[in-house]
Every structure is written in C-alpha cells, then in structure tokens.
Design a protein around this ligand. Sequence first.
Ligand code: FAD
Ligand code: SIN
Length: 519
Amino acid sequence: MMTTNYLVIGSGIAGLTFSIKIAEKFPDRTVTIVTKADEEESNTKYAQGGVAVVLDTETDSFKKHIKDTLIAGDGLCDEEVVKMVIEEGPKRLKELLLWGANFDVDGSGDFDLGKEGGHSEYRVVHHKDITGFEIERALLKRVHQLPNICILPHHFAIDLITNHHIKDLKTEKLSCFGAYILDQKTGNIITIKANSTLLATGGIGCVYGHTTNPIIATGDGVAMAYRAKARIKDMEFVQFHPTALYEAKGESSFLISEAVRGFGAYLRNKAGHRFMPDFDERAELASRDIVSQSIDSELKKSGETYVYLDCTHLDIKAFINHFPNIYKECLKHHIDIKTDWIPVVPASHYLCGGIKVNKKGKTTVANLFACGECSRTGLHGANRLASNSLLEALVYAHNIFKYHSKNAYPSLDLEIPDWNDEGTVIPQEHVLIQHNLKQLQALMRDYVGIVRSNKRLKKAIRHLDLIYDEVEDLYKESKITTSLCELRNMINVSHLIIRQSLERTENKGGYFNIDNVKN
Ligand code: FAD
Ligand code: SIN
C-alpha cells in the first residue's frame, strides 16, 4: 500500500505538465506518476507537426484559429471551450519554453510557423519534425528536478479504486480513491491510495491494427473510467490520419506529417492524378476527415492499397532541413523523396472523444480528473484540427492544476482492501491473448473503419461479444498480466466505439456511415 496526494497515470504531455505545476506550487505535497513503459514512451514522444498557437498577430488572430477549429469540428465543438483553449495557448506555450523546450526560429529570430490541414494561417510551432520528442525531453528534465514527484516506470494501472471496492463507505457519491497498480517487473500488485487521481493515459490507436500510435496506446484510461462508471462520450469520432507510410505488413506505421502537405506536397493516385482538388477546394490542405475519406474513396475506386505523396517538386534542401526525420525514415524504406513518391495510406491516429470532463478537467466521478487524449473536453467536436491536441493537453493540465490550487482535496480516512487474486493462475495460453488481439484488430479495421454501415457495425458487435466472453473467462482465472489487461481494455474501448457509432444518426466530421446518407 502506498499513499500519495496526487496519483497521475501516464507520463505524456498531459500527466507531466500537471505534475510539474502542482509539485512546483506545493512542495509539501506528493505527486506519484505511474507509467506503463519507459518514462518517455507515449504518443507525445512521436508528435511531429507541432503545437497550434496564435503568435503572429499581424496575419493571424484568435478569431481565425477559433473559426478553423469550429469548421474542422463540423458543428459539434463546444464553442466556449474552443475560445478558452485557443486564447490560453500563448501563455501555456511560454511555460513550456521556461521549462526548456526549444522550437525552431527563422532568420529574424521569430518562431518558424508551420501550416497543416484545416488551418487558414501559419501558426504551428515545431521542433523540426520531432516536436513531441523535444517537449517530452524538456518536461521529463523538469520532473526530475522536483523532489516531491516520484515517477514509477513499468507500473501499469489496472483499475481505479471506487466506492464498490470499499466496505462501510460513508458517502454514496461515486468517488475515486486511487488505483491498483501492477509492478510489471516484480508482478506485485500495489494499492495506491490518492486524494486525487488524474487519468492521462493517452490514445486508443492500437484498437485498430493499423495505426500511427505506439504500442502503449491501448485505451486503458478510457476503459478504466468506463468500468468505474464515468461518462464516456463521442467515441465514434476516431480520427484517421491521411498519410501514414504504407507498409505491406500493416500494423504500427510511421507518420508522414500533415505539415509536409502544408509545405506543398501533393497527393496522387497510382495513375499520377492529383485527386484532392476533385474533392475539396482546399485540396491537400482540407481537414483530415475530408482528406482521409477522399483517399478511402480513391482506393475503393481503383482497388489499390495506397496512394502517393509527391514531394519531388519541392525545395529539397529546405525539406530536409524542416523534416530531417521523415527524410531519414523514408530512406530507410528505400524511398528517396527527391525522386520517389511516398506510398501512404490512412491509419487510426487520434480519439476525439473519451472521458467526459468539464472545463476544470473533472470527470463525472468525484476526485477523478482526466487530461489529454483520453479526455473529451468538447474542443474537437467531430474532428480535431491538426496540432490542437498538444495545445489542449497544456491548457487542461493548467486548468486542473488551478482547480487543485483553489480547492482542498478530500481526506482519505478509509480502509482500502488489497487486490484479491485468490484462485488465479499464471496464464499459460499467451497464444489466446495474441489470437484474440489479432481478431479484434481485424474486426475494427474491417467493420469500424473510415466508412461504416449499420450492417457492419452490428456484425462487429456480435463478433466482439464472442471475443469479450472468451477474454473475461481468461481474466477471471488468470493472474494479472499487462497484455491481458490491455486486451480487455481494448475490447471495452471497441465496444464503446461501436455502440456510440450505432447511436449516431447523422454523419459529422470524422464519422461517416453510408446508412446516414440521405437520398
Ligand atoms: P500520451 O502522450 O500518449 O501519454 C500517455 C501515457 O500514459 C504514456 O506514458 C503511457 O505509457 C501511459 N499509460 C497508458 N496506459 C497506462 C496504464 N494502464 N498504466 C500506466 N500508464 C499508462 N498532436 C498535436 O497536437 N500535434 C502534433 O504534431 C501531433 N503529432 C502526432 C504524431 C503522432 C505520430 C501521433 C501518434 C500523435 C500526434 N499528435 C499530435 C497527437 C498527440 O501527440 C497526442 O494526442 C498527445 O501527445 C497525447 O498526450 P497525452 O499526454 O494525453 O498522452
Ligand atoms: C502531423 O504532424 O501530421 C500530426 C499532427 C497532429 O496529429 O495534430
């Protein structure tokens, strides 16, 4: 048993930013960060394009960024949230700079601003094409300077501790009291009792086999919150990034940043036709839902498995300077962007929905907060505008910090039972976990992809129920392992995506169901 004032689950931009702020303000309070892989492993680490912030007020304005965000969100954004996040952006970016993050500047010392799909202006601050890596580096450095933060890598959060775990609880209000954590190196399960718990567990990309996300993105936070009966919303809005590098084996895929299209690259089909102008007047710089759906339609028409991104007409020296990592990664795949087109295909990238929170980051469960990609704030509506995610995490981490600065946290005078694994055995059948995972990913890819139909969604639910039954049986009789828990979480998340898809009767943003198309 461990006790801490703040339990933070996840060490990406959301979890680290909140931890730094609260630890700096209250040196006498303890912050414990648990994270399931190496401390830097996160979606944050792989962010390429950058952070969308209005800095150049001669050409840009909050009004324009707000308008672009609302257009991308296709009528489903919470306008108050959009305004708040965008107007807070410059202040939050300043803090990142103070913590030592470096962003590229141009010849006159101003930030070198990039442009991505759906943005009407150049406003994306970046560090080459490895912005997330730089942010993660700076945040972790600051975390390690603060003695009241304890960071526990290779510690996996299994489940939140809520009312139903505790006998004779005085309050009936659904509340969170910490979490059960698996020490992945020893196999021990630790009870961490916390006055306040923050879910900052990131995305769900791995639910689809083909994703830009790293393998940690298994939707654990959303699934834990769902099991704890927190409200989960907008799960049907899974964002597919238009340009993941095509690899014949499928699975996790390297991203070719949208900023490359902002730099002037064209999308072409195999016949060489530049097809985006046929779909949208913004061509390659339409918002990502439109570009992904256009590619999907182009592929269905031609029967091909990928389209191309053509950079051959660009200033190659400037390209290599701006995108050195993309250039190198393409070379590793024997693609020389000077002469070769890059084969690309849409891949699951980002969850616009998630754990519903208010402007203070509070979930519908008391003492439980959510921040970053696992949360649903209302900023993104039906489709996230590029580079608004890092921004959202910074702003909400600050809001949650502000809330905790003003409000005393509840006392924790209660007995929490240890994890009970009586009668369970070490699972011998790892093949069952792998097999079910592959089935789940195939099901999500084939029936719950960019274009959906009620028939396919209903079929997906039926197949998912079979996988669910098999995995629940395995879970009840097995000692906890990370891969089993992750699979169980991905099943919960898939269930939410499919159910909430079936509830949506109007196509919006990233959600497209052929049965919703009016004749
Ligand atoms: P993450 O950074 O994913 O961190 C989640 C953390 O939680 C990880 O440390 C993980 O290990 C941990 N965790 C998860 N489950 C558990 C558990 N059960 N127990 C313990 N720990 C757990 N957005 C932009 O705004 N601009 C960009 O340029 C951009 N580029 C991107 C490029 C790529 C390739 C990808 C994948 C995403 C990109 N995004 C971008 C999206 C953005 O990076 C993410 O949405 C954002 O970084 C999420 O931050 P986070 O802190 O919420 O989660
Ligand atoms: C990219 O660089 O294309 C990703 C940007 C994002 O997801 O916001």
